[in-house]
Design a protein around this ligand. Structure first.
Ligand code: ADP
Length: 244
């Protein structure tokens, strides 16, 4: 990440599908160093919100990434402005090595000059990402043979080499062992110190262990926001989670 302070600021964001408001007037500010968990029942609008921020679905309102309006720009522009996301299922190139996956990610959308530099060897940023995601020893293995958790970390590494300073992660620990889950939490803490990290999550134990703040969505709106303790103590949150 860059020096200084990165932030994501969403204001009055709304997404409509054929007259149905999947996201309604959402405000969300996440600062660098914050590990923000985005939770809420199925259908709350979590994925749609992430889709809108990354340009996959049209939306109204505004989305600033560290001072730059990104709403309305095409998906690839938003990615190049440093907003990266992962999906629930890791999408790595299984036949290619860990290093090749990172190399392709680093090259995606880059200038000819950068591509020329890449030929001279492994970019320092790729070495650094390998260290960060703990896959240095596995760099020459095909991604397809990695453990489930390692594939998710590789996908995060692919965002790091694209210089993403805002990371939106959709259920990054789904299907992971407890050990992998804790390693992922520690990884997110490390990369989160100089980046904005938003995690869409259903795993409440994981949230309690690692979230520095939580936003609860329900019915397309922000229902509650604050520390883990604050949102857990909020009767409105208890109602949507425990049923009426
Ligand atoms: P969450 O991720 O919190 O489970 P979603 O963002 O997936 O919620 O969905 C929010 C609401 O929007 C749901 O009611 C869902 O059915 C609806 N929705 C999501 N995507 C579409 C779409 N492409 N077309 C129509 N409705 C959609």
């Amino acid at each position: 990440g860059m020096a200084g302070s990165e932030y994501l600021e969403v204001r009055g964001l709304s997404v409509e599908f054929d007259g149905f408001k999947a996201v309604s007037g959402v405000d969300l500010t996440v600062l660098q160093g914050d590990l923000r968990f985005l939770i809420g029942p199925n259908g709350a609008g979590k994925t749609t919100l992430i889709d809108a921020i990354t340009g996959l679905v049209p939306a109204t309102g505004s989305v600033h990434k560290s001072g730059t309006e990104i709403l309305g720009r095409p998906v690839h522009r938003i990615a190049r402005l440093g907003v990266g996301r992962t999906f629930q299922t890791a999408s790595v190139f299984e036949q290619l090595s860990v290093l090749q996956n990172l190399d392709i990610a680093a090259g995606a959308g880059r200038s000819a000059l950068t591509l020329l530099r890449r030929r001279k060897g492994v970019l320092p940023q790729i070495e650094e990402a390998l260290e960060t995601i703990g896959l240095t020893a596995h760099r020459d293995k095909p991604a397809g043979v990695l453990a489930h958790g390692q594939k998710q970390w590789l996908e995060i590494g692919m965002l790091l080499v694209q210089n993403a300073s805002v990371l939106l992660l959709d259920e990054p620990v789904a299907g992971m062992s407890l050990e992998e889950r804790d390693e992922t939490g520690n990884l997110l803490r490390r990369i989160g110190t100089d980046r904005v990290v938003v995690v869409v999550e259903h795993d409440m134990d994981f949230m309690r262990s690692f979230a520095t703040s939580v936003t609860v969505l329900a019915g397309g709106r922000v229902l509650s926001e604050g520390s883990v303790e604050q949102v857990q103590a909020d009767p409105a949150v208890q109602e949507v989670y425990l049923g009426t």
